[in-house]
Design a protein around this ligand. Structure first.
Ligand SMILES: [Zn+2]
Length: 84
């Protein structure tokens, strides 16, 4: 289990996503962006537009996706001190 923040995934806040794989946190970030914008938060608008654009532009999107996976792989596993 690792933790990646909204900010580490290109977003504007320090909301933490936890997951066992990069896909987990990327999907969580996708949901988080949608929820924040749906709730009227404008600061997450640009990150949501980027995320949506990524699925439309497979080449640059894949580059971001690979970078996110690399960043996730480089993160340390959550220690017991961080487990909720
Ligand atoms: Zn956020």
């Amino acid at each position: 289990m690792k933790t990646m923040t909204c900010r580490q995934l290109g977003g504007p806040c320090d909301h933490e996503h936890r997951g066992d794989t990069a896909d987990d946190v990327i999907n969580a970030q996708d949901r988080h962006l949608n929820e924040m914008v749906a709730g009227g938060d404008e600061t997450h608008g640009p990150a949501l537009a980027d995320m949506k654009g990524r699925w439309k532009r497979p080449i640059s999107g894949m580059k971001w996706y690979r970078n996110a996976k690399k960043d996730f792989a480089a993160l340390p596993e959550n220690g017991s001190a961080h487990n909720a």
